[in-house]
Design a protein. Sequence first.
Length: 116
Amino acid sequence: MERIGLEAPGCDRHGYTIYTLETHLCYRREAHQGQPLEVALTLLDRDAKRLHAFFTLFDEEGNLLATSEQMLMGMNRESGRPDAFPVPVAEAIAALPHADAGAWPELAGRTIGIRR
């Protein structure tokens, strides 16, 4: 959130926040308190007020610990309604790493259900 200007002071300044609409979280390995971790973000898609993001969590040896695919919605805090990203936020989002069309991370786009 800091990277796109929506940490707590940024949310207050813009009167704006982001809600999580859906998330798919997959745990691969255990992490421990105090362990150095790295989170990487790939933006799968976006429009004026939504982000489809894919996060990967790694340990210091580069082992994949978890993935989280999320659909996020930008919200005007005053109206409580979805709204377009403020211009500085939209500009910061445009600078994030984007997946090329048709070249999403292998673990993105999963569905959940009992296969029959």
